[in-house]
Design a binder for this molecule. Structure first.
Ligand code: CUA
Length: 333
């Protein structure tokens, strides 16, 4: 028999089918990975993922085995009785057993995912496109207000109330737990219990407009004593930082109309509280580093970093004033 195609140069073998999943799995690391759990809820979800994956692999092998048996080992037509047994057993019996077991396991971990807190309460409100964060320690009559960063004590279960100011957002720190939607007009509840101190990254997980992808935040898990010291410091006003020239510029430019600085007359509620802005790990809801240069760029051209942001551009300011203001803000820790 003659070959249909003349022999050409040796064709390269296609990449092995397992290379692609391995490459994809290589991306499942970093501070925003659910496969690097650092909270008790995330640990449960991580286990759920691996159990599901293992189950799927076993089923896949089993079904492929059946396919092999039916096509290679079976010769001739199958008896009606055997075909019926296969359809009832494989089509109804097997999925019923597998799905019931998986559902039971999934339901069994749900109560833990909604466990009540140990005392500290947080209220996080989704705004376009940043996070208002209020800390309510037990017995507090007013909250310690912050923004765009969530700090939690390790070993403690913290209750988190989730609200939305404008549209639906979703609060998600994959390394600490599952996600919960933030819906205007109602308050949803979740709780998180970090077990591993460190920096985790959160992300809004519900499409909420132009800059949805730029609505992130840092979640910082601190040892309990460290957390208490931080919260005590965070509850203070800005003190004698009002003596610095940066504060005069802040006042002159009218920043206090939108931003609050505790301990001063600046009580604006429209934008993030800036009392300890320099102490945060990032700027503008997780998209810029907390440096004086980034602050200056942000103040002058917010729309260049976050399309649709309500913060007006302060590009009329003198470069020197801008840097003085930015350096002063960065110093507010
Ligand atoms: Cu907020 Cu997406």
């Amino acid at each position: 028999m003659t070959a249909i195609h003349p022999p050409g140069p040796r064709r390269r073998r296609p990449p092995l089918p397992w290379v692609l999943p391995l490459l994809l799995l290589a991306g499942c690391d970093g501070p925003q990975s659910a496969l690097r759990p650092g909270g008790s809820d995330a640990l449960q979800l991580d286990r759920l993922f691996w159990v599901m994956l293992a189950g799927a692999v076993v089923l896949w092998l089993f079904i492929n085995g059946l396919f092999f048996a039916a096509t290679r080992l079976q010769h001739g037509p199958m008896s009606r009785k055997r075909a019926e047994a296969l359809i009832i057993g494989g089509g109804i019996g097997l999925p019923l057993v597998v799905l019931t077991v998986l559902l039971g396991y999934g339901l069994s971990i749900m109560p833990d995912q909604r466990a009540p807190g140990d005392g500290l309460r947080l209220r996080v409100t989704g705004e376009e496109w940043w996070w208002r964060v209020e800390y309510w320690p037990p017995g507090a009559t007013e909250p310690v207000v912050s923004a765009n960063e969530v700090r939690l004590p390790v070993g403690q279960r913290t209750e988190i109330e989730l609200a939305a100011a404008d549209v639906i957002h979703s609060f998600w720190v994959p390394g600490l737990g599952g996600k919960t939607d933030m819906i205007p007009g109602r308050v949803n509840h979740m709780s998180l219990q970090p077990v591993e101190p460190g920096l985790y990254r959160g992300q809004c997980a519900e499409f909420c407009g132009l800059s949805h992808a730029l609505m992130a935040f840092q979640a910082v898990a601190l040892e309990e004593t460290e957390f208490d010291a931080w919260l005590a410091q965070e509850s203070q006003g800005i003190g004698d930082a009002t003596q610095a020239p940066g504060y005069a510029i802040f006042e002159r430019e009218g920043c206090g109309a939108c931003h609050a600085l505790r301990g001063t007359g600046a009580r604006g509620q429209v934008g993030p509280d800036l009392t300890h802005v320099g102490g945060r790990e990032s700027l503008a809801a997780g998209i810029l580093p907390m440096t004086a240069e980034a602050l200056a760029d942000w103040i002058a051209h917010p729309e260049a970093f976050k399309p649709g942001a309500e913060m007006p551009a302060y590009d009329h300011m003198e470069e020197a004033d801008l840097l003085t203001l930015a350096t002063w803000l960065e110093g507010l820790e």
